[in-house]
Design a protein around this ligand. Structure first.
Ligand SMILES: Nc1ncnc2c1ncn2[C@@H]1O[C@H](COP(=O)(O)OP(=O)(O)OP(=O)(O)O)[C@@H](O)[C@H]1O
Length: 782
């Protein structure tokens, strides 16, 4: 049930007209604010000024001032214009009409109070009818796409209780009532299509309106004019139809007969006007009191206004008053009427048209709607399921990144602990291994030293240092070994924590994101482990290489000594078969080592190239004279001093840094802490060093040695013919340019050639190198 709504009542006060100014009338209305006024204020309250002087005139018939404070929906003072009234009062009615509500505007007031001025206005100052209709058509134009509007107008006049059609100047027309309300018989609506047409109709109707001059108004309208716009609105989408009506009613003056001083026809007019206005007043009073029976039938005016006052209509009443005391009674009555009208409540309903379609049509429509509804419900279900699915997916993926912060912190903390403990465990294991390895090397070296050292006293002294160093190493190894289980169990506990955390992550809703994070962290831990292992291997490699370097130097020195001794014995014919055999065995051992090294150097073409380069850069050896040999021996004696064999007793890698750095003597680097080089540097460096050392040791131009190597090789090999064997030997002897490695290679190639019977004596004798080159070329061609 729609909420009842009150009629909106506004009061408009017009300024003094010429007559009132001349008569120097007192102002009886004081506008207090936008919604209240004071009727008949005290004189001191009257601030009317005429020609710059405050007026003191007071109606002597009025002993006391009423000083009535009155409230309305709106009070417009003399400054306010028709535009203001339109904007605030009738423009909202246009929207209501287009929404399907009937609307009415009627102006009420004594003659000359400004009703027609408000409603119709003038050319320069259009009234609210013009402004409202223009607005209506503008809004209709804007809605043409969605709705269809059929507009028709009628303009009626009620003059002396007779209803006339102002547009056709026909009448009187009869009123009758049907289910749609009061209907004017024979009234044909004039269709219009634009605001201009509508205004033309209005002007035409006004020109036909009955007007006679009165004392109060030279152009007094002596009739009630009812301008109505009927609109049928059809919704283009749904086909829904509505029929609405906007009525603009300009009532005749509500003056007392006395005030107009009318005689004859004018008196009759006045009486008729008063009669209809009296009927209107009665209706307003009863409507305001909420009575059920309203005497609309008392006059044609009230019959026509029936649905504008108490029916389904939004109604605006503009009460026009003059501020002059001349119209004191009329103004007072108008204000009283307006106050009463304010209490009228109407019930608004949208005017949806009833239809005369047959029942079958509705049954069919209902069936269609039900089928459509079922289809839509099915579709709705599908869409809801899809929506739920999307919401689930979006919940999974959309999250506040801040939610992950605690997870990240937790994961970082656990992984940090694991990494640190892993470092400790690997560090300890590495330390233990490197200390054990150092001990082993120390022992091996000591063994070698025992063999070489002649001076037992020195050996004894060194042995003391050696044992101290070994026990220091051993105690440190033990200390780290004892610590290892504790750190291992800590690491295991941290790994368990990590496992639990991974399980938590698996059960959390952010699994997909966090799992990726965990994988990255796992990789970081792996990388850290690899780096630590790599560091450990580098350290061990350094120790190995540096110690083998020392052994190599020792071995080289020993070899020199042996060569000298062997040569001396040979020269002095003191060489015994036992010494020869022992020396040959030692040489074979050396050759074995040599062969291994050569094999590794032959692994790649690059290595061959390097060997070639080294060989080519090598100066041809000068045969050593005995004095030169002595000088060389003296150099070696100086270089290979006792200090070469003094054990470096650095006890721990962490504690002997300074001493290592200070000691620049190459020989003092025995068993020193691994230097801080990366793997590549270490290996390259060591390989070069070793290769240089070996080359220096075994490729020294020693014809005697070369001869021995060639003889041994030839004798060890099974060559077909003994003559050929000797020829090969002799040819190879002539070559003093080759390194041991090359001699071996040459021998092997020559023997192979001989055995294959493809080897010619000339070739061998001429150039073993050319022979080899030829052999290699053929190999490539194959
Ligand atoms: N607000 C106003 N401002 C200026 N002049 C006004 C105002 N209202 C009315 N008037 C002037 O007062 C005179 C009388 O106005 P109007 O004809 O509108 O009165 P009315 O109430 O329609 O009278 P009637 O009932 O006799 O037709 C006109 O000359 C009009 O121009």
């Amino acid at each position: 049930m729609p909420e009842p709504t009150n009629i909106k009542v506004v009061v408009r006060v017009r300024p003094y007209n010429r007559r009132e100014q001349e008569q120097n009338q007192r102002c009886i209305i004081k506008v207090m604010d936008s919604s209240s006024l004071l009727f008949d204020p005290d004189e001191e309250d009257d601030e009317f000024f005429f020609q710059g002087a405050k007026q003191q005139y007071r109606d002597i018939s009025k002993r006391t001032n009423k000083k009535l404070s009155m409230e309305y929906d709106r009070v417009y003072d003399t400054e306010r214009t028709n535009e203001d009234i339109f904007a605030e009062c009738t423009a909202p009615l246009v929207d209501a009409v287009l929404d399907g509500y009937n609307c009415s505007v009627f102006v009420y007031g004594a003659t000359g109070a400004g009703k027609t001025f408000t409603m119709l206005g003038s050319e320069n100052c259009p009234g609210i009818t013009f402004l409202t209709m223009r607005d209506l058509f503008e809004k209709i134009q804007m809605q043409q796409d969605t709705r269809k509007f059929d507009v028709g107008v009628s303009y009626l006049e009620v003059y002396n209780e007779q209803v006339m059609n102002l547009l056709t100047k026909t009448g009187p027309l009869k009123l009758r009532e049907d289910s749609n309300g009061v209907v004017v018989s024979g009234l044909v609506l004039t269709p219009i299509y634009s605001a201009e047409e509508l205004l033309r109709m209005l002007t035409l109707g006004n020109s036909n309106r009955t007007q006679h001059p009165t004392d109060a108004n030279a152009e007094s309208s002596r009739s009630h004019a009812i301008f109505q716009v009927h609109i049928r609105i059809t919704d283009r989408t749904t086909g829904t139809k509505r029929s609405v009506k906007l009525s603009m009613i300009d009532l005749a003056g509500s003056e007392r007969a006395a005030s107009t001083k009318g005689m004859g026809m004018r008196f009759k007019e006045g009486a008729s006007i008063n009669k209809s206005l009296l009927a209107l007043g009665n209706c307003i009073n009863k409507l305001a009191d909420g009575l059920k029976h309203i005497p609309y039938r008392d006059s044609n005016l009230t019959r026509i206004l029936k649905d504008s006052l108490g029916g389904n209509c939004r109604t605006l009443m503009v009460a026009n008053v003059s501020m002059s005391s001349i119209t004191y009674e009329d103004t007072y009555n108008t204000l009283k009427y307006a106050s009463r009208a304010k209490k009228i409540r109407t019930v608004l309903r949208q005017n949806v048209l009833k239809s005369n379609l047959p029942k079958e049509f509705y049954v069919k429509k209902v069936n269609e709607v039900m089928v459509e509804q079922e289809r839509l419900m099915e579709r709705n279900k599908l869409l809801e399921a899809k929506l739920a699915q999307l919401e689930r997916a979006s919940n999974e993926h959309s999250f506040d990144p801040a939610q992950l912060t605690p997870w990240y912190s937790k994961i970082d903390a656990v992984y940090s602990t694991v990494t640190k403990l892993q470092q400790c465990v690997i560090g300890l294991r590495s330390k233990i291994q490197s200390l054990s390895y150092r001990q082993k090397l120390k022992k091996d070296f000591e063994q070698l030293r025992k063999v070489l050292t002649m001076d037992q006293r020195v050996l004894q002294e060194d042995y003391k240092l050696f044992t101290n160093y070994l026990s220091a190493l051993s105690s440190r190894t033990q200390k780290y070994t004892d610590q290892l289980p504790e750190w291992r169990s800590k690491l295991e506990a941290a790994c368990m924590d990590l496992k639990r955390l991974k399980q938590e992550v698996k059960e959390s809703k952010h699994y997909h994101i966090l799992n990726q994070y965990l994988s990255n962290k796992d990789l970081e831990v792996q990388l850290s482990k690899q780096q630590m292992n790599c560091g450990h291997l580098t350290a061990i490699n350094n120790e190995l290489v540096e110690n083998s370097d020392l052994l190599l130097k020792s071995f080289t020195n020993g070899s020199d000594v042996l060569h000298q001794l062997y040569d001396r014995l040979e020269e002095t014919q003191k060489l015994t078969p036992d010494i020869q055999t022992a020396y040959a065995r030692l040489e074979r051992r050396m050759r074995f080592t040599e062969a291994e090294t050569a094999a590794s150097l032959q692994d790649t073409e690059l290595d061959e190239l390097l060997a070639e380069q080294l060989q080519e850069n090598q100066e041809p050896p000068e045969p050593l004279t005995s004095s030169a040999r002595k000088r060389a021996r003296a150099r070696r004696t100086h270089t290979v001093s006792d200090s070469d064999f003094v054990l470096h007793l650095g006890v721990d890698s962490c504690e002997d840094t300074d001493s290592d750095e200070d000691n620049n003597d190459e020989t003092a680097h025995v068993f020193k802490r691994p230097c801080n080089l990366n793997v590549t540097q270490v290996l390259t460096h060591n390989a070069n060093q070793q290769h240089k050392a070996l080359t220096a040791t075994v490729t020294k131009p020693r014809p005697v040695v070369n001869r021995r190597i060639v003889s041994d090789m030839i004798s060890d090999q099974s060559v077909c013919g003994s003559t050929e064997k000797e020829k090969i030997k002799q040819a190879l002897f002539k070559s003093s340019k080759f390194s041991t490695q090359e001699l071996k290679r040459t021998c092997a190639a020559a023997i192979q050639k001989e055995n294959l019977k493809t080897f010619s004596n000339g070739c061998v004798r001429k150039s073993p190198r050319a022979l080899i080159a030829k052999k290699l070329r053929r190999k490539k061609e194959d």
